[in-house]
Ligand binder design. Sequence first.
Ligand SMILES: CC(C)(COP(=O)(O)OP(=O)(O)OC[C@H]1O[C@@H](n2cnc3c(N)ncnc32)[C@H](O)[C@@H]1OP(=O)(O)O)[C@@H](O)C(=O)NCCC(=O)NCCS
Length: 150
Amino acid sequence: MNELDLDRITEIEAVSFKSPWSKVMLAAAMNFSGSLNFVLEENSVLSAYIFSRKTGSELHIINMAVAPSFRRQGLGVRLLSFLLQKARDRDATWAHLEVRKDNLGAIRLYKKEGFVIIETIPRYYEDGSDAYRMTMDINEYPDKSTHRME
Ligand SMILES: CC(C)(COP(=O)(O)OP(=O)(O)OC[C@H]1O[C@@H](n2cnc3c(N)ncnc32)[C@H](O)[C@@H]1OP(=O)(O)O)[C@@H](O)C(=O)NCCC(=O)NCCS
């Protein structure tokens, strides 16, 4: 991921979330210390992205989306899988994330990849919605990605 990807990421972000991050917020996340961010391209089209931050041995996944026309084709799993393996290579042991309680598709994806719900966080989002916090032991994650990403 680099600065040239920001316009397309902002476009996908805008159609993927109720309260999308602005380009400025996304640019800031790109440069967080300890950030591990990746995009996935299909036929040279940026189709998905993931932002995360590694602090010590913990990886916090802070944002992830797949462009609508590319959903349900396994890209979300590929990207998450790639990130988890990169994080493991850098000695991360735990991954965690927050997800809206009603985001059933994302919750299903995370569970499929081994995340478990550990708590509900009331009113986590600006609009008053609750979140689940989910976590996983990265060392338990199988080595399965063969894709190159930038
Ligand atoms: C959630 C999201 C990233 C999933 O990406 P994706 O590329 O479509 O996911 P995949 O194709 O890898 O799906 C893997 C599995 O997750 C589950 N899943 C994904 N989307 C789903 C949906 N809309 N409904 C039900 N299950 C879903 C399924 O089990 C799916 O496997 P299957 O297609 O074999 O049934 C995508 O829908 C998205 O960008 N949503 C908007 C942004 C968002 O919610 N991000 C997560 C914030 S925490």
